[in-house]
Design a protein around this ligand. Structure first.
Ligand code: ATP
Length: 250
């Protein structure tokens, strides 16, 4: 594993009931990078993310975080590792019966010994970081989809994660809100230094945020290439990757 890599997939196969959706995935994700998992509908992006976040055991191969095998570790060690990660699910996945403040406080109350005042201060700080300062008392139903996603990001960041996973962050957002969320993701990369793994097939997002990306192909059931998507758009060996990255272009 090279020095700068924080995450590594080795001959990884993921799928359901013994049937692989994606196989033979080999790649490295550098510390502090925004790494995008891209590919058409149904190619297995979410399935790969489930394996990386601890929800679905791989069929074969390994996922290494800082050189440690995630799925070969004991369940207790895996749970400790999961606590060092944050996940923003589609739609933000907030509890609708709780205010934004209560939603963001939840992981802090669950996993730390901080007192109510410290929790409150951290929650205010995280909400301010995502541009929702002063909105803590609102309920998810009272805010826009873009704001809900931002609150989801604040909650995912509550425990100062080393790795942040985003599942289709721009899904369901109007283009302006989607671009604002992209900007937030890039800002957080610079301010937090966290490594970010983002699933998206939104081209504008891919070009705005990705340092590096992998293209998963549904037909072949494996990755076709990795690299900087701007470079891949022009130079990828595989025509499918170039076509995917040039969709809609004249
Ligand atoms: N729980 C499951 N059990 C069995 N098959 C599943 C399950 N979830 C997804 N699949 C199948 O696995 C394949 C990959 O699905 P996945 O959701 O990972 O793709 P995706 O790239 O994230 O798609 P999209 O961009 O449409 O969200 C699909 O053929 C899907 O039908």
């Amino acid at each position: 594993m090279s020095e700068a890599a924080q995450i590594r997939l080795e001959r990884l196969s993921v799928g359901y009931g013994g049937r692989a959706v994606q196989r033979d995935l080999d790649l490295e994700i550098r510390r502090g990078d925004i790494f995008v998992i891209m590919g058409g509908s149904g190619c297995g992006k979410s399935t790969l993310m489930r394996a990386m976040t601890g929800l679905l055991a791989p069929l074969a191969g390994r996922i290494l975080f800082d050189g440690e095998s995630f799925w070969e570790a004991s369940p207790a060690a895996r749970a400790r590792r999961i606590r060092r990660h944050g996940v923003m699910y589609q739609g933000g996945a907030l509890w609708s019966s709780m205010t934004l403040e209560e939603n963001v406080a939840l992981p802090l109350q669950q996993y730390t010994d901080l007192g109510p005042r410290q929790v409150r201060e951290l929650v205010d700080y995280k909400l301010a970081l995502v541009g929702l300062g002063g909105c803590g008392a609102l309920y998810p139903a009272e805010i826009s989809g873009g704001m809900r996603k931002r609150a989801g990001v604040a909650r995912a960041m509550a425990l100062d994660p080393e790795v942040l996973f985003f599942d289709e962050p721009s899904a369901g957002l109007d283009p302006l809100s989607a671009r604002l969320l992209d900007e937030l993701i890039v800002e957080l990369k610079h301010s937090l230094g966290a490594t970010m793994v983002v699933i998206t097939h939104d081209l504008a997002s891919i070009f705005a945020i990705a340092d590096e990306a992998v293209f998963l192909d549904a037909e072949r059931g494996t990755m076709l290439t990795t690299g900087d998507p701007r470079w891949l758009r022009e130079h990828a060996d595989d025509a499918r990757v170039r076509a995917f990255l040039r969709r809609g272009a004249a």
